[in-house]
Write a protein that binds this ligand. Structure first.
Ligand code: NAD
Length: 700
């Protein structure tokens, strides 16, 4: 065996077996592609070989293309050419899938003459998530093997499917992976030499079973989830081509559409994000040797909005949680709300009635700190007041066992100060969940000055157990996400004073790709939250009398947002739909006059620049200060924590894409044209300046 060749060739019983072993996922990198072509040629040249098996001896059949080659690697031979060699083989080629086949991996299987796997195996074409489409025949071969609506769904959603749900793709579906070998031998032995090889390319697409407007209807049906995305619509075009063109013309069309996608900023952004998410887990604060602590029992202090959601994450992962409140009544209320949430999921068919009970049984309540003595991890989610947090941490220090991790879910307070309330600051860490905590994928793991590496490592790994994406950040006001959003919210508020209507600002930001604009978001969260934060930070903002002045006045008037039926917008009883309120526009006008701010028409372009660029600028400061270790970490925080469109890659990638000089010039323009306000808030971050001047990017 050639140790360089990631495709091992062996032959016995007249069967040549090409075994891919390119860990971790059998990415179809150049050596694998070459190995497959060589293996097939060798088998064809060997008169003793009657059939060829392509399989893998690692967990995956193949995870697909080697994405790192997209950045300009040597692509020869291209995957479509390799698949053509396989499909045109004159000896039968059987794909035997012991594990998942995604993207190019599934396309490889589709080009083989036969496919064998186990019912529970997962297969899919997730290319759309990288801003592209399956470019090795997937959009042409899959509709020849499954009904067109199913092919559309698989290719456009990118979601993996169980092999068992694709009986027309697989010739043999065994119950378990262990049965594959015997089933393969039996299948090959029974193959008739006289029967022509079933080549997928020779099949025709069944166009009888769907209506003429299926593609238009499908495009309409994805309008909401695919808003702003380019690739899903190109996927639809490619599948449509399979129903109208010959196989070879269809492949040609697929290749054109693939290149069209590949050359978009969206594809670059989504591929950046793919790596960003994986890179978030790689941090300098610990290594392979760093031990971890076991987390078998969790405690949550405070059964309010966040405490309840946090507890659910652990119960969902099968980890028991004790919840502590000072009063039984609050505890009962918190537990009842969790039950209600689970029951709602059960009603929607996401959980069974048994699941609800299993999860509830993992959640117990207490009003006594003594019951926390066996917890391995305690997460505090009480009121956002330093005195309250410190009292809680003092109590935890007294009762928790040595080695217990003591975490705070504070959004704004100094984790170092909280740690000081204990005699074991090395065990204290921030675990900043986002609301709703049982839904949002992001977890900011906040390391304080004395947090020990094993506590950090344990928390980063624990995040995976509860299916969160963790990003390690340092201590500062608001950490990464909320610190940056402050600049964005401030500008939205100021633009309202300068003459933009809230609904204009919200629409521009929505069209930019965020799930909602800043005012809809503020109303939903409650305007009082920002108000209290501003109250506690007067020294940082009092130099600017215009700072969120309209929002402050609304809160003081009891208009705290959606929960009050009125905030920036009005809400009809029971409705969450914001209705513009002329009184708020009038209030903004009045305040502008009082503050001597000249109102004017504000362009949509200015709204994007004013809201998004200061957020990026703050991100640059955060990088300089080492609060985030890398620009891509900020992107992960923004996509998973704030719904920043993944097709823009996150704010830092977006800045790289439009050019840091563009951001810098706009910052300087507003600095110079907005008077004292501009001078106070539009100072370009030194990092932004130096990178822009050197023609570099944040992600260089
Ligand atoms: P909440 O008011 O809904 O819940 C707080 C709970 O803590 C209440 O049930 C209260 O009875 C209980 N509590 C108060 N003092 C306590 C004590 N000494 N011991 C035990 N229980 C006590 O608040 P929330 O929105 O869940 O926020 C909790 C924490 O999470 C805050 O630090 C907040 O900044 C942070 N946070 C909130 C959000 C959010 O969007 N709500 C997001 C991230 C972080």
């Amino acid at each position: 065996m050639n140790s360089e060749n990631p495709v091992h060739y062996s032959s016995s019983h007249s069967i040549a077996t090409l075994t891919m072993h390119n860990a971790p996922v059998n990415a179809l990198s150049k050596p694998v592609r070459l190995g497959l072509v060589e293996g097939v040629s060798r088998a064809l040249a060997d008169d003793d070989v009657n059939a060829i098996v392509i399989t893998s001896n690692i967990g995956f059949f193949s995870g697909g293309a080697d994405i790192s080659e997209f950045a300009g690697g040597d692509m020869d031979p291209m995957l479509p050419e390799v698949l053509d060699v396989i499909e045109q083989s004159t000896k039968p080629v059987v794909a035997v899938l012991p594990g998942p086949a995604f993207g190019g991996g599934l396309e490889l299987a589709l080009a083989c003459h036969y496919r064998i796997t186990h019912v529970g195996n997962k297969v899919g074409l997730p290319e759309v998530n990288l801003g592209i489409l399956p470019g090795a025949g997937g959009t042409q071969r899959l509709p020849r093997l499954v009904p067109v609506p199913q092919a559309l769904e698989m290719i456009v959603s990118g979601k993996p499917q169980k092999a068992g749900s694709l009986p027309t793709v697989f010739d043999v579906l065994v119950d378990a992976p262990e049965a594959l070998e015997a089933a393969t031998l039996k299948f090959i032995n029974e193959l008739s030499a006289s029967k022509p090889l079933p080549r997928t390319c020779d099949l025709s697409v069944d166009t009888s079973a769907f209506s003429d407007d299926i593609f238009e209807q499908f495009a309409k049906s994805i309008a909401k989830p695919a808003r702003g995305f380019f690739a899903p619509y190109k996927c639809i075009e490619a599948v449509k081509a399979s129903t109208q063109l010959s196989f070879s013309d269809g492949l040609q069309k697929e290749a054109e559409l693939f290149m069209e996608c590949m050359n978009t900023p969206q594809a670059r952004a989504q591929q950046h994000f793919f790596f960003a998410e994986r890179a978030a887990g790689r941090v300098k604060d610990f290594d392979k040797q760093t031990p971890t602590r076991e987390i078998k029992q969790v405690a949550v202090i405070g059964a309010g909005t966040m405490g309840g959601g946090i507890a659910m994450n652990f119960a969902n992962a099968g980890i028991p949680v004790v919840m502590l409140e000072l009063k039984q009544e609050a505890l009962d209320k918190g537990l009842a709300l969790i039950r209600k949430n689970y029951e709602q999921s059960a009603k929607k068919g996401k959980l069974s009635a048994d699941d609800v009970e299993t999860r509830m049984a993992l959640l117990t309540g207490t009003t006594s700190y003594k019951d926390l003595s066996s917890a391995d991890l305690v997460i505090e989610a009480v009121f956002e007041k330093m005195e309250v947090k410190q009292t809680v941490f003092k109590a935890l220090d007294e009762v928790c066992k040595p080695g217990a991790i003591l975490a705070t879910n504070t959004s704004t307070l100094d984790v170092n100060e909280i740690a000081q309330a204990t005699t074991r600051p090395e065990d204290v860490i921030g675990l900043h969940f986002f609301s709703p905590a049982n839904v949002m994928k992001l977890l900011e793991v906040v390391k304080a000055d004395k947090t020990s590496p094993d506590v950090i490592k344990t928390c980063m790994q624990m995040a995976k157990t509860i299916r969160k994406v963790a990003v390690l950040v340092g201590v500062c006001f608001g950490f990464v996400g909320n610190r940056m959003i402050e600049a964005y919210g401030r500008e939205a508020n100021r633009l309202m004073l300068e003459g933009a209507k809230p609904e204009q600002i919200d629409k521009v930001i929505y069209d930019f790709g965020l799930p909602m604009g800043p005012f809809t978001m503020a109303d939903m969260a409650g305007l009082d939250i920002g108000y209290f934060v501003r109250q506690s930070r007067q020294e940082h903002i009092e130099h600017d009398p215009s700072y969120c002045v309209v929002a402050d006045k609304l809160v003081e008037d009891g208009r705290v947002g959606l929960k009050a039926g009125k905030g920036i917008y009005l809400y009809d009883a029971g409705s969450r739909t914001p209705v513009p309120d002329p009184d708020v526009v009038a209030l903004a006008q009045q305040e502008a006059e009082r503050l001597g701010i000249q109102q004017r028409d504000i362009s949509d372009e200015e709204i994007v620049e004013r809201c998004i660029y200061p957020l990026i600028n703050e991100g640059a400061l955060i990088l300089e200060e080492g609060i985030a270790a890398k620009a891509s970490d900020i992107d992960v925080i923004y996509v998973y924590g704030y719904g920043f469109p993944v097709y823009r890659g996150g704010p830092m990638k977006y800045a790289d894409e439009i050019g840091l000089d563009t951001v810098l010039k706009a910052m300087q323009k507003y600095h110079d044209t907005l008077g004292d306000y501009g001078k106070a808030w539009f100072k370009p971050a030194p990092l932004l300046k130096s990178l822009a001047e050197r023609g570099k990017t944040f992600n260089d």
